[in-house]
Ligand binder design. Sequence first.
Ligand code: NAD
Length: 347
Amino acid sequence: MTLPIKLGILGAGGLGKSMARMALARGGYHLVAMADSHGFCADLTGLDAEQIQTLKTVADYPQVGQRVSQDPVLAMLKAVGSDLDALFIALPNLPVTFYAETVTRIAQETPFSGIMVDALKRTKAVQELLPLDGLLRSRRILYITGAGATPGFLTTMAAVAAQSFVRVKAVDIRFGVGVSNWESYRATIREDFLHLPGFDAARVAAMSDADIEAELEARNGLIELENMEHADDIILAMAGVCPPEAITVGGVVDTRNARKPVSTQVTVTGETLAGITCSHVFTVADDATMADNVCGPAVGFMNRAVDLHARGFYGLSTSAELMPKTGPSLWVQNATQKLSAPAMAMV
Ligand code: NAD
C-alpha cells in the first residue's frame, strides 16, 4: 500500500457519511468508493466527501456509467476492489449474520485484498465473524472487528486501564448519546431497540419507521438501555481482562437532542498489588459526538491495520487484541459457540 490509502466505505448513512469526512480530515486517505442500499459510486481520483453528505443515495453521485445495483457491496468490490486498500463497514447489522455473510462473499467473490474495519456492536455478530479468520488469511485480508466507540474506543480504554490491577473485578461502560433526529442514524437506533425489554430482532425487523417513531414518542425520544448484549464482553474476555459476566454495558440515547443526556464513562474496578480494591474512571468529553467517538477510533484502527498488513499480518483480530493483554483468555474456550465461566477455577 502506498499513501494516500485508497478507502471504500460500505454504508452511507450517519456513520458512513461521517467517516467520509473524518478520514479526509485526519489525513492520509483518498475516498474512492462508497456503497449504500441503492448502488455505489467510485472514482479512483477521489470522491468529494462534502458532496456525498448532500445525497439521498451515493448512486446519484455524478459519475461515468450507471451504478445502481441490486447487490451494491459486491458490485462495488467486483468493479474496484483491486484498487482499494481499506474498507470501513457502516452497514446495518440486522440480521445478526449479515456482516459475516457479507465479509465471506467479499473474500470469496471479489478481488479485494486489503484491510477491513467495522463498528459492530452485538456479541453474537462478533461471534459470527470469528470463524472467518482462516478465509481472511488465505485472501491476505486483515479484518479488525469492534473498532467503533463501544466496542472500540471504550473497550480498548478498559483493556489498557486493566493493566494496573493484578485482578480485574468489573468493567462498566455507560454511554450517553445525543442525536438531533433518529433518521440520521436509523440502523443504530433500530439496533438499540433490540436491547429494550419486550423487543427482539424479529420484532424490530418487522417494525416500520412509523412504528419506531411511535415508540420513540412514547418514550419522549429517550432510549434507556441496561445490560446490553454488547461485544465489549467477548472482546474483553478474549483479551483476558475478566469474565464476560463481569462486564456491563448500558446507556441513554436522546433521539431529539444533539446534546448528550449523560456523560459517557468507563469504570474499571480491580485489585492492586497491595490488595486494595479501587476503580479507574474515564469520562469522555461531552462535546465529542457519537460520530467522533466511532469514526475517529475507527480511523486509528485502520491506520494500525495498514501498518500490520504491510508487515504480513492477515486474518481476524478484535480491537482489544491490539492492546496489551491482561492474561490468558480463560473465559473464552470456544468463543464462537458460547461465553461461559472457565471450566477450571481462575488462578
Ligand atoms: P444508517 O441506517 O444511518 O446507515 C446504514 C447505511 O447502510 C445506509 O446508507 C443504507 O442504505 C446502507 N445499507 C443498508 N443495507 C445495505 C445493503 N444490503 N447493501 C449496501 N448498503 C446497505 O446506519 P448508522 O446509524 O450509520 O449505523 C451503521 C452501523 O454502525 C450499524 O451497524 C450500527 O449498529 C453501528 N454503530 C456502531 C457503534 C459503535 O460504537 N460500535 C455506534 C453507533 C453505530
